[in-house]
Design a protein around this ligand. Sequence first.
Ligand SMILES: [Mg+2]
Length: 305
Amino acid sequence: MDRSLLRSKFRGSMLGTGVGDALGRPVEGCAPRLVEEPPEFDGRYTDDTEMTIGVAESLVEVGGFDGEHMIKTFMRNYDPKRGYGPGPPAVFRLIELGERWDTASMILFGGRGSFGNGAAMRAAPVGLLYFDEPEELRRVAERSSLLTHAHPLGVEGAVIQAYAVALAVKTNPSSFDPRDFLEELESFSREEVYREALRDAARLLNEKADKKKVISRLGNGVEAFRSVPTAVYCFAANAESFEKAVLYAVSLGGDADTIGAMAGAISGAYHGEDKIPVEWVKRLEKAEYIALLADKLLELKLKEK
Ligand SMILES: [Mg+2]
């Protein structure tokens, strides 16, 4: 693939995360019936984008994955006003008390670890950097998830989101089949909960299901397995337009910023930067810096070869 197309796709995925997150922020926690009109876009992002920035910064600064460096980067960037869930700040406190980066998150939720979508929501940079190395993608998505989300279903959510971004990078929109896309994700998945949800997503696509049905079957919650397949579906059912995909994602309400961020990451990787409405990118906080991080990830990617 030529370099300028890759650059556009890397930028599209990173900016798409921020745009989808910011679009969903005002309607987070709303019932879907309250999100019939597109929410107002003020460009302010939440923890989803802040942590995605952290993942990208750490991968770029280290030249690959280093767990201790990444958690310290999250801690350096941590702004409590960004709407974090309870997990990451609890892990940060444990690390400050001297807990190891690779065990701190396992202490949460009675020793089971979190299966929230907090690792999946920040997985785009992993999907980009390893887009053509599926084994390495899985390894780094798993390891980077473990920093805060240790439950196998939280981890697998991050793997699937990263792989969806990777597939979207590799896909040429002129020969895209959403069913193949869902099938490939399903066959990559190692957890039956996700395989079942991805098969459900394909059925919903065939049925042209309404929103109510999509939410009841795939979910719009904070659990990774009730939001990652949903975000994947939002992209697959609206692949013709970035704008449509993210507007649809946030219109489902619930964990709208995160589902918007994940659908935006996939859709942005698929379409590239130029297909994201200019007004949104202009207004997005730190858009230039986010695009710069995308460029640095690509530089690192091309240096590897
Ligand atoms: Mg958020």
